[in-house]
Structures are given as structure tokens and as C-alpha cells.
Design a protein. Structure first.
Length: 361
């Protein structure tokens, strides 16, 4: 019965929480206390090239450090070239032979994403690993230059376009080298906090701040990351591409994501939840595991937490929602689109299930 299923799910969540607290390993052999260094100890990435967004601080910086340690060539895109150069210097001070390329990218700007991809293509480099890690929590309502709410624009839409434009390179690299490409979308368990009509809420908060809630907007963007992974994996399978796409929840960790809310309250909350918090090396473990582990060859369209496959929310596992979001995203990133008109367009067209049939890239 529905009641029994609810009880079983509640029991499973309690067991998962206990495992997380004690750091016990799952089927992968790793758990919540594993570090990025630990999960990559046997990895040789010397022939691979990786792009990591949000690599100038926190989880992204640790991910970059560990992948460089294992020999990968890194491309670090960032809004601030100065900050990116400082990150590069820190990694080189530890690993002098690392190859690191710094490039400009503002994920909230679709034009900037296109410029970055054009600049990257001009380098004629292969691309094996794409880690969509950058994240923003906008406490104050803001709209991007493309007319999209800022959290959604940065956390999801910029990454959607970035992945779309880089996919051809990744597929060709995998075909030429025989090394399977990996796309990793960093999401959050907070994706499960969102309920309601995704596109309607996005349309509302992209026009005005009347219904804006910072946490709900963040949850929406993280749910979009999950649904992006589902639909991208379906398309990759349809294309018979030797590239996988998975998403990860890194865990709860204090990073610069909270920088706009530093103070006594924030310090108190983090102190009270300290037993649930991960260190940055622990938080980067799942990303590094999914990006590099040989055990995950051909594993695609999955959600990982604590270096093991986990369940998403009910909404986060809906194929129809994933297809609808993809269709809307294609419209949103279209160079010929006018954003105000765009919302009316996809709001009306998505009432017809036929539009859910996603087009190939």
C-alpha cells in the first residue's frame, strides 16, 4: 500500500542518514568520509583534458587540484581571470608539471558562453571531461542580460548551452581516442525541495520579484541540473555516443556559496549541523569519482551521492519533465530568440505533448 511504501522510504532515509554520519562505504567501496584524493588514487589522467567550471574556490578548486595531481590537462573558466590565475598558481606550486589554461567565462551570459567555446575551439584541444560545477545562490532578485532569473541562468542555462556547444568535441574525442567522455553535473539534494510548475515559476521570477524566493529559485536550478542529465543521457544513447552524463550531490559543506550571509546566524547554523557537514576534500570526492572511476564505464543518466548511486526526488526522475525542460532550454538559448516573447511561446507550446519530443543536438 501507499502507507507501507512511505514507511519503507522513511526507513531507507534513516538508514542512509546513519551511513552518512558514520561514513560507511557503499557498493563503490567509498562513502561520505572518502576524499577526492582517496577515490582517485589509482587514476592516471595524463592523456585527458578537463574543463571545470567554478574551479576557483571550494569544491571546484579541490576537484581541479586533484585532477591536476592525477595528470589531467585543466581548463579553468572564470569571470575573474585574476582569481583563476591565483588558483592556477596554487595548483602549480604543488604540482609544477601540471598544464593549466585559464579562460574567461561568465555563465550568466549566453554570449560569454559562446565566446568561451569559440576561444576553446581555437586551441584545437580534445575534451574528455566536462564538470559543470559552478553554482550561485542569489539572495537578491536579479535578471541576467538575457532576461532570465540570475540563479537559473548561472546554475543551469549557461551550463546547458556550454554542454550543448562542447558536445561535438567530446564525441569526436571519444571516437578518436577510445576513451569514454564524462559529463558531470553538480546538483544538490535541495533539488527535492522544489514543487510546482517549473516553467511557470521561472517565467514569473524572470519578469518580476513578486514571487521570488531565493531558496526555491536555487532548488529550481538544481532540479533543472538533474533533469538536464536525464534528457542528455537519453540523447547520448540515441546518438550512440561514447560519452556519459551523470549528476552528483556533493554533500553539505561550507563554501563561498554562503558568502552573502556571513555572520553570527550562519556561523551558528553551521556549528549546530557540523556533524552533517563535509570537508571540502570530502565534498569533492563524488564529483571526482563520477568523472574518473573505471567502474562507471557506460553508466549514464544517474544521480550520485557519497560516491554511490542514489535516488532523486519524484519530480527529478520524470522523463516528461526532462523533455519539456530541454525543449524550453533550446528556445531560451536560441540566438534568434527574444526572451519576453519566448516565455509566451514555450508556455503555450508545452501544453501540447508533441513538443516533448526532444530534437537531436
Amino acid at each position: 500500500t501507499k502507507t507501507n511504501r512511505h514507511r519503507e522510504r522513511k526507513k531507507e532515509k534513516m538508514i542512509e542518514t546513519v551511513k552518512h554520519l558514520i561514513g560507511s562505504g557503499g557498493p563503490s567501496g567509498f562513502g561520505s568520509r572518502s576524499t577526492a584524493d582517496h577515490v582517485t588514487v589509482n587514476c592516471d589522467l595524463r592523456s585527458l583534458t578537463a574543463i571545470i567550471t567554478g574551479a576557483t574556490s571550494g569544491i571546484g578548486a579541490e576537484t581541479a587540484r586533484v585532477l591536476a595531481k592525477r595528470g589531467a590537462r585543466l581548463v579553468i573558466p572564470a569571470r575573474s581571470l585574476k582569481t583563476a590565475e591565483e588558483t592556477k598558481s596554487r595548483i602549480l606550486s604543488e604540482f609544477p608539471d601540471a598544464e593549466i589554461i585559464v579562460m574567461h567565462l561568465d555563465l550568466s551570459s549566453l554570449a560569454s558562453v559562446r565566446r568561451f567555446v569559440a576561444d576553446f575551439e581555437s586551441l584545437h584541444l580534445p575534451l574528455n571531461i566536462l564538470i559543470n560545477n559552478a553554482g550561485k545562490y542569489a539572495h537578491k532578485h536579479a535578471i541576467s542580460e538575457d532576461g532570465v532569473e540570475m540563479t537559473f541562468a548561472t546554475n543551469y542555462l549557461g551550463h546547458f548551452l556550454l554542454t550543448k556547444l562542447l558536445l561535438k568535441n567530446m564525441i569526436e574525442t571519444a571516437a578518436q581516442t577510445g576513451v569514454q567522455g564524462r559529463i558531470v553535473n553538480v546538483t544538490s539534494v535541495i533539488h527535492s525541495w522544489f514543487s510546482g510548475d517549473m516553467l511557470q515559476y521561472l517565467a514569473d521570477i524572470s519578469r518580476n520579484n513578486r514571487n521570488y524566493d531565493a531558496t526555491r529559485a536555487y532548488a529550481l536550478s538544481k532540479l533543472a541540473n538533474v533533469l538536464h542529465t536525464i534528457e542528455l543521457s537519453r540523447i547520448l544513447h540515441k546518438m550512440d555516443a561514447n560519452v556519459t552524463a551523470n549528476c552528483v550531490h556533493p554533500g553539505i559543506v561550507r563554501t563561498r556559496l554562503t558568502r552573502d550571509r556571513e555572520g553570527l546566524i550562519t556561523d551558528l547554523v553551521f556549528f549546530l549541523t557540523s556533524k552533517l557537514l563535509k570537508s571540502v576534500p570530502q565534498a569533492a570526492a563524488t564529483t571526482c569519482y563520477v568523472a574518473t572511476s573505471p567502474r562507471l564505464r557506460n553508466v549514464c543518466g544517474k544521480y550520485f551521492s557519497d560516491c554511490n548511486e542514489a535516488r532523486t526526488s519524484k519530480l527529478g526522475s520524470c522523463n516528461i519533465k526532462a523533455q519539456r525542460l530541454w525543449t524550453a532550454s533550446e528556445l531560451l538559448v536560441s540566438p534568434a530568440s527574444c526572451t519576453p516573447h519566448l516565455y509566451r511561446t514555450f508556455k503555450c507550446s508545452l501544453t501540447n505533448d508533441a513538443i516533448c519530443k526532444s530534437q537531436a543536438l
